[in-house]
Design a protein around this ligand. Structure first.
Ligand SMILES: [Cu+2]
Length: 122
């Protein structure tokens, strides 16, 4: 076999190999991207939760509002805990003892209180 034929054959083999490698990698990358997106959706990503509770303490200096809350569906059972307020305006709208309906937003467990509205008792 002529030398140029051997060289050509080697180059072709190499080209095919690299080509398949790229194709395989491309498929892998696509699959990984999809899996990461699915895992993010399942495990976390920004969520929004709504619940009701009673304000127990308002601590602007600690950036915390303590609320005894009902069960937060899909997140946590009823308990008393502190929530970080997303904005200082939150503190102006609530007082200790208020029954409230509130909204949490963020990626669990890093959630912030983004809205609080008083529930008027009938
Ligand atoms: Cu809680």
């Amino acid at each position: 076999m002529a030398v140029w034929r051997v060289v050509l054959l080697l180059l072709l083999t190499l080209a095919v190999g690299v080509g398949w490698g790229y194709l395989w990698w491309g498929r892998e990358a696509t699959r990984l991207t999809r899996e990461i997106a699915e895992a993010r959706t399942a495990a976390g990503g920004p969520h929004e939760y709504r619940a009701e509770g009673v304000i127990r303490a308002v601590l602007p200096e600690m950036n915390i509002v303590v609320i005894t809350h009902d069960e937060i569906t899909g997140y946590m059972p009823a308990m008393t805990m502190g929530f970080r307020a997303a904005s200082p305006k939150i503190y102006e709208t609530v007082d200790v003892g208020d029954a409230v309906r509130f909204t949490l937003r963020g990626t669990p467990p890093n959630l912030a209180l983004v809205a609080v509205e008083k529930v008027t008792s009938q």
